[in-house]
Design a protein around this ligand. Structure first.
Ligand code: SAM
Ligand code: SF4
Length: 340
């Protein structure tokens, strides 16, 4: 793989109104998915038409504009990114940019047996793989259609391909999988993986469960884990929302907690998101956004205008989200639109 510098001036940095440095871009490359996870989308979700979503060329163009403005990390997400036609070409292109320090992917793992070696070769460094349960029946009921065995095979394929930075993401819901947190951590330890436990966020309406009743706080998960493991809080900070713990007896596994309700993480937010439709979303839990699709389609090739719009958008980044599981979802956009 030959690397290519985008020659970003060292002085350029994106900073928002609250003086937070923005150096991380998450890109949702599709809203489509082969699963229908109950916390993410409704069973009858209608997907965007092809013309509504950014082409891979438009995505790369916008990503390049961000990297030249000092973005150092890009995570590709979705929907299920590996469902998008020709997605490898995007990874290959981004993987060549030497100014990009980290290229990461969030996936449900269902396609990894097919894609893992090529993703690794393209320069993807980090994989987040969603895994909420180790029970095949539960897995099917949470994802509505998914097969656990495919995901476990996908995790093995990623390890075999050479990925050393793999993190499992587990959304924990009371009465659905809260009794599995110890088993999930055991699995992570056995495989030498990190794991993050995530509180459900109220994005989009859900028809499968009551979010307030399904709320299982990170503190409860921590307490459950402490019955079986010794965990020590870690000061490490990935610049993201997770609080980390170390397991002195198992140095290869870190445990993270993403707790939008019980531990607001907005003060140190360093990221923005590009939705599949090309909306630059300044906060996961608010609707402040800028339509970059319209801009790149009206002014194709005009990078100066694009970068000016990106710089100006930073003033729109709100102080924080206002998630509240006790109220009906205020944000109607589902997680698959936004990219988790
Ligand atoms: N399809 C891929 C996957 O599942 O990993 C990538 C996209 S998915 C939207 C990204 C992450 O968001 C997953 O780890 C998923 O569990 C999480 N997620 C989806 N809906 C959520 C919600 N309402 N609250 C918290 N996390 C959610
Ligand atoms: Fe698909 Fe990921 Fe949403 Fe599940 S969480 S429905 S795998 S996009």
């Amino acid at each position: 793989m030959t690397s290519q510098s985008l020659a970003a001036p060292a002085s350029v940095q994106l900073q928002d109104f609250f003086k937070r440095q923005i150096n991380y871009l998450r890109i949702s490359v599709t809203d489509r998915c082969d699963f229908r996870c109950i916390y993410c989308m409704s069973e009858e979700t209608r997907f965007l038409r092809r013309a509504q979503i950014l082409s891979l060329e438009e995505i790369a163009w916008i990503a390049q504009a961000f990297v030249e403005l000092g973005v150092k990390k890009i995570r590709i997400t979705g929907g299920e990114p590996l469902m998008r036609n020709n997605i490898l070409s995007l990874f290959e292109q981004l993987g060549r940019w030497s100014d990009l320090q980290e290229l990461a992917l969030t996936t449900n793992g269902s396609q990894l047996t097919r894609f893992a070696p090529a993703l690794y070769a393209a320069g993807v460094q980090r994989l987040n793989i969603s895994l909420d349960t180790l029970n095949a029946e539960r897995f099917q009921s949470i994802t509505r259609v998914g097969k656990l065995s495919k995901v476990l095979e996908g995790i093995a394929a990623a390890q075999q391909a050479g990925f050393s930075k793999i993190k499992l993401n587990a959304v924990i819901l009371k009465q659905r999988n809260h009794d599995e947190v110890v088993d999930l951590l055991r699995f992570a330890i056995q495989e030498g993986l990190d794991i993050s436990f995530i509180e459900e966020m109220p994005l989009g309406a859900t028809d499968a469960h009551n979010r307030a009743q399904a709320y299982y706080p990170s503190e409860a998960i921590l307490r459950d884990l402490q019955q079986h493991f010794s965990l020590s809080p870690s000061t490490e900070n990935s610049g993201g929302p997770a609080r980390y713990y170390r397991l002195p007896a198992h140095p290869n596994t870190r445990v993270g907690f993403i707790s939008p309700h019980s531990h607001n993480f907005c003060d140190t937010c360093n990221r923005v998101r590009l939705t599949a439709e090309g909306r630059l979303l300044l906060c996961l839990g608010q609707e402040h956004s800028v339509d970059l699709r319209q801009l790149v389609r009206t002014y194709p090739g005009d990078k100066v205008r694009l970068q000016q719009a990106i710089i100006a958008s930073m003033r729109l980044k709100p102080k924080g989200h206002e998630f509240d599981v006790r109220r009906p979802a205020v944000i109607l956009r589902q997680m698959n639109m936004t990219g988790g």
